[in-house]
Design a protein around this ligand. Sequence first.
Ligand code: KG4
Ligand code: ZN
Length: 327
Amino acid sequence: MNILGIESSCDDTSAAVLTDKGVQSNVIASQSIHIKFGGVVPELASRAHQKTITQTVEQALKEAEISIEEIDLIAVTQGPGLMGSLLVGLCFAKGLSLSRDIPIVGVNHMDAHIYANFIDEAPEFPFVCLTVSGGHTQLVHVKAAFEHEILGKTRDDAAGEAFDKIGKILGLPYPAGPVMDKLSKDGNPKFHKFPQALLKEGLDFSFSGLKTSALYYLHDKSEDWKKEHLNDVCASISEAITEVLIKKLKRAVQQTGVKSIAIAGGVSANSMLRAKAQKLAEELSLKLHIPHITYCTDNAAMIAITGKMKAELGEFDDLAMRPYASI
Ligand code: KG4
Ligand code: ZN
């Protein structure tokens, strides 16, 4: 089966081709227009998707050396995400489906982050997946394909949002997560102990207190001090975020008794989180699955693989399919 994946839920326009030989192309057009605003501006995002979607899909087909006539299925992000952004991808996919008579399947973006783990080597069910992105932070018990129990989630900010908002306080460009990751590598994670919220309570997360704590900690520091200790502060923030994530993941493993774990979403690209997940897997003798770095942040290959899995279960959609902003 040859699948064309289309993703446009936020500020990345992406198209990918997945065949029986694996991912043949995964083109990601990231929108730089939002940098000067320090966050995604929804109206600008949907306009940018409109401008780039045709060429992104064409590029994905070209790189895969495949024609549209050879595509058997279109998989497209249906939600959650920004309504205007989702509509661009969905309308484009529906138009292509109608004009070329290609079956279509709508994909949940958060499911797709989890199933990005299936692109290279499929994990065995059941497993617990820590899904950490800019909009969500969830611990999901994946019992079978599309049989999910959400064990815990954030009560306020998502982990990626915490990185981005604290990075903004530090004067870093949006999205600050990858920049903080890089700076942390030359910093001391024990430089300052930032709060780790809800550690004694269940499997929910909270990151808004960390943001406030960072704001108070930094407000009377001079620009010179901030410059001198930037790496240490980034490392200490990364330590606080990743420690909470890993401690809760450990608790979820103990609670469910699973033998496999996975991490997914943009924050799963974080080097400190990846290293801590590796350590946890060794400590508890678990099989660890982490997507290749290109499949962690938003991409259409993860949409294609999830569409493929849905199609294999006989799940298809039609042109009446509508986008949804939240889960
Ligand atoms: O999954 P994603 O691409 O989009 C959403 O679905 O939200 O995740 C984006 C989030 C952003 O908050 C970004 O700062 C964060 O993932 N992120 C990282 C890293 N790479 C991306 N956070 C920490 N370290 C990274 N290396
Ligand atoms: Zn995402």
